[in-house]
Write a protein that binds this ligand. Structure first.
Ligand code: BGC
Length: 460
């Protein structure tokens, strides 16, 4: 803990750290862009390839299958080859995916390209927050990792406008033959920008030390922390590597079991509380409340805007009030909103404004809590030695849960109806509240090495 005292009053180079973190956060932009782009393209593709309902689902979820694979492999690969090299690989996969989904003349060609792009997204969704956590000074870590989430919601918001703009460039026939190709192809721009900028960021100092390359990590830590603290950090990080052997089996040891439960549990809860039912299907939900196509579109823009604004609020709050407080407030507001939305549908005559207001409030509550906080916690709770693999495991669980929810939502709406569906999400939000209250430790202002010792003290 002596290092903690030394940390007080140390100068940190926020300019350098912020620039580097912003580059990594661009990975989040690709994540948001690529998950949301299909929503604008799917209608045209359905006509172009004459797709049935099952194929429509596959056109949306094939990317997520790629994400699961990417998240799963990102741990082992980034431990072996370094965070930076694997991020560069991911950017290349993303570009291949964007080009490949824009040019095919067969549905299967498109699917293969989406899966390849998905692998890139799975990798960046795991490694970008992890990289930011490893480069950040403790007192700003939450904020810098949450930048990634801001980039994700910016990507979602942006792609919505880009889709709208592209579809307005030609007539209906052009939309069916060409517009969707431009929508996917547009992803090449952020992909190339990400790839080029990655060459200018340093490797993660923590990863370098793990490789026995402490001398290379020192100049990076010096730029981040200044003289005294940088040397202390090298010692702290080295020591943290000496304490465990880094095998995945260690994650299941009593000392770390709780970290695993927190990471994987939160990853699944982030998805089963229904956010992507709203993100991917918002216009359909609004239409069920009686909105016309145009009104549904405008309401969807509002969802994107609220998501964006409240993510900014989260970034401002996360290192001040802490992760736990945000999660508690967010999950309780989400529970109430989901209950009310369910009641509105149950009464048989859901009033448009009521459902809209509570969906917006629900999205705001998610954006200020589970959205950024889950990715932040996932990137900081695991010990240095196994952080790559462990974060990958949690991220894989998140994508798998996303796959289940996005596949199950349309049939659930059709068979059980919207009221039951939203109540199920509401129960999950309530479980999130209880889980946070009982299980999650506060990690704000603690260095990654201090969080590590938290788990060992828990064991005692
Ligand atoms: C989630 C995504 C979701 C996004 C919405 C992220 O934290 O992981 O699945 O689409 O938030 O803003």
């Amino acid at each position: 803990m002596s290092s903690n005292i030394k940390k007080q009053g140390e100068q940190v180079s926020m300019k350098f750290v912020t620039l580097v973190s912003m580059v990594a956060a661009l990975g989040g932009l690709l994540f948001g862009f690529d998950t949301a782009v299909v929503s604008g393209a799917i209608g045209f593709m359905k006509e172009r390839f004459d797709l049935d309902e099952l194929q429509v689902g596959w056109a949306v979820s094939s990317l997520i299958i790629g994400c699961i694979v990417g998240a799963a492999s990102s741990g082992v690969l980034s431990e072996k080859f370094g965070r930076k090299n694997i991020l560069i690989t991911a950017a290349i996969l993303f570009i291949i995916g964007s080009v490949g989904s824009a040019i095919p003349d067969t549905f299967n060609g498109y699917i293969i390209a989406r899966i390849i792009g998905g692998v890139g997204i799975g990798i960046t969704s795991t490694l970008c927050p992890l990289y930011n956590a490893e480069i950040a000074p403790a007192q700003y870590r939450g904020r810098l990792v949450a930048l990634n989430q801001l980039a994700t919601v910016t990507g979602i918001f942006l792609v919505y406008f880009i889709n709208l703009w592209i579809s307005g460039l030609g007539d209906d026939a052009w939309d069916v033959s060409t517009a969707w190709r431009w929508m996917f192809g547009f992803g090449i721009l952020p992909g190339v920008l990400f790839l080029v900028l990655l060459f200018f960021v340093p490797e993660s100092p923590r990863w370098l030390i793990k490789q026995g390359r402490a001398e290379e990590s020192l100049p990076i830590l010096l730029r981040i922390h200044g003289e005294t603290l940088a040397r202390q950090e090298v010692l702290d990080i080295k020591e943290s590597f000496e304490q465990d052997n880094g095998s995945i089996r260690q994650l299941f040891s009593p000392a770390l079991r709780l970290a695993l439960i927190v990471g994987v549990g939160l990853a699944i809860l982030q998805q089963v509380t229904g956010i992507n039912a709203i993100m991917y299907y918002a216009p359909e939900i609004f239409k069920q409340t009686g909105a016309g196509t145009n009104a549904a579109l405008i309401q969807t823009i509002l969802v994107g805007l609220i998501n964006f604004l409240f993510t900014i609020l989260a970034i401002w709050l996360i290192d001040k009030v802490g992760r736990k407080a945000l999660l508690l407030v967010g999950s309780s507001v989400m529970t109430i909103c989901l209950a009310v939305i369910g009641i509105a549908f149950q009464t048989g005559q859901p009033s448009g404004p009521l459902v809209l207001i509570f969906i917006l409030l629900y999205v705001a509550a998610f954006a200020v809590s589970l959205g950024p906080v889950v990715w932040v916690i996932m990137s900081e709770i695991f010990p240095n030695r196994i952080r790559g693999k462990a974060t990958a495991l949690a991220s894989m669980a998140l994508w798998a849960a996303d796959y289940v929810v996005s596949q199950a939502f349309p049939p659930m709406l059709a068979s059980a109806g919207p009221a039951i569906t939203f109540w199920i999400f509401g129960i999950m939000a309530l479980i999130t509240f209880i889980f946070t209250w009982r299980v999650i430790p506060e990690t704000k202002n603690k260095s990654l090495e201090e969080i590590e010792s938290l788990w060992s003290s828990n064991k005692a």
